[in-house]
Design a protein around this ligand. Structure first.
Ligand code: 1CP
Length: 343
């Protein structure tokens, strides 16, 4: 590794001593940055995701502008679902749409388990190009099977998850078969990202928090466990983030992930006491970035204090940065984490 490479983030993932607490922000490349808006002004979101040169450009933006300690591949969790054969488009106001939702065995049978290098080669190319540029670690990612299944079953975003839970409870075999296929796809997809040069892998379970613990244990967790066990031989740190997952934390600790992402609804010290010898990532409320500078710095100081017994701590937001956040506020937070945690 070359001398100027900053591996603080990777050390924290592994529970090794670091000079300061590393920070990155979920959704750090995106609409709150005018530089992103400029690139996005000329292309649709899917065109952007499929253009490695542009993906490299927007991945690097927050690294250069904000000085975060890790980069996250610019892409979307739904890209491999399109590669499975589910037509996808992004509606400007309503977000992702799958016009042919997966609700029957016939629909499921039409989905393929794609070869990631062949069907999502643009993602792997983005990773290879980024590794030539970056002086901080590159995080690759996927969605978790449950979260991905909700989009396929609902046909897009949802608030109540009626179709998803209806399938879980009335057609459990079909639900499990869909989860199995998505998991096969995800394993190959993340293995390909590792081969292309990703240095850590995050699994986003954005909707796990809508499940009762017993249903999470039966319908979602086994697939995350399987994926993570298949990634062990990559040697990469694996981060599992279950949004709204405070009530699922003890179960999440059985996924095999090296790092557990935390949303802001739980006190970080309480979380640390539940997860054992495992690093944590989080967990300031993304809206707290709006606090005046002195209050924001105080909140960060308190969070760092609360995390001081952690096996390892990576500072992050409890969920993605909101699109109307002033970038200067993000910069204040990043500088404060670096300054206040310096050892
Ligand atoms: O209009 C635009 O420019 C698109 C906005 C946008 C962006 C910037 C979407 C649409 N996705 C992304 C990028 C993205 N998505 C990243 C990039 C890297 C980074 O973090 O900087 C990542 C990691 C994701 C992951 C993602 N996509 C998740 C999991 C994380 C989370 O926020 O919970 C989810 C749920 C999606 C689905 C998605 N993509 C985009 C939208 C609007 C949605 C729907 C969200 C919802 O259902 O509420």
């Amino acid at each position: 590794m070359n001398a100027s490479f900053n591996d603080t983030f990777l050390k924290a993932c592994r529970g090794e001593k670091t000079d300061y607490t590393p920070i990155w922000m979920m959704r750090q490349a995106g609409r709150y940055l005018p530089e992103y808006q400029k690139v996005r002004g000329n292309v649709t979101f899917l065109e952007l995701c499929k253009n490695p040169e542009l993906c490299v450009e927007v991945t690097l933006q927050p690294v250069d502008i904000l000085r975060v300690d890790a980069a996250i591949l610019f892409s979307d969790i739904l890209i491999p679902m399109e590669a499975m054969g589910a037509p996808l488009y992004f509606h400007e106001g309503r977000g992702p749409i799958f016009p042919e939702p997966i609700r029957t065995t016939e629909a499921l049978n039409k989905l393929i388990v794609p070869d990631p290098d062949e069907h999502t080669g643009f993602v792997m190319e983005t990773i290879r190009l980024l590794r030539q540029e970056l002086k901080v670690p590159l995080i690759g990612f996927s969605g978790a099977p449950f979260t991905l299944a909700t989009y396929l079953i609902e046909g897009g975003s949802s608030k109540v998850f009626w179709e998803t839970k209806k399938m879980m409870f009335t057609q459990p075999a079909l639900f499990h078969a869909l989860m199995d296929k998505i998991s096969q796809c995800t394993i190959l997809y993340l293995q390909a990202q590792a081969r292309a040069g990703a240095q850590a892998l995050q699994i986003f379970d954005s909707w796990a928090g809508v499940l009762a613990p017993c249903d999470f244990a039966e319908f979602a967790l086994p697939y995350v466990q399987r994926i993570i066990s298949k990634l062990q031989d990559t040697g990469l740190p694996i981060i599992y983030f279950a949004n709204n997952g405070a009530t699922l934390l003890k179960l999440s600790a059985t996924t095999g992930a090296d790092v557990l992402g935390l949303d802001w609804r739980i006190n970080i010290g309480d979380a640390i006491r539940q997860v054992g010898d495992r690093a944590v990532q989080g967990n300031i409320d993304p809206f707290a970035l709006l606090l005046p500078k002195d209050k924001l710095r105080q909140r960060i100081a308190d969070l760092l204090e609360g995390a001081k017994e952690a096996y390892g701590h990576i500072f992050n937001l409890g969920h993605g940065i909101h699109q109307f956040t002033p970038p200067e506020q993000a910069k204040i937070a990043i500088d404060a984490v670096h300054e206040l945690s310096a050892r």
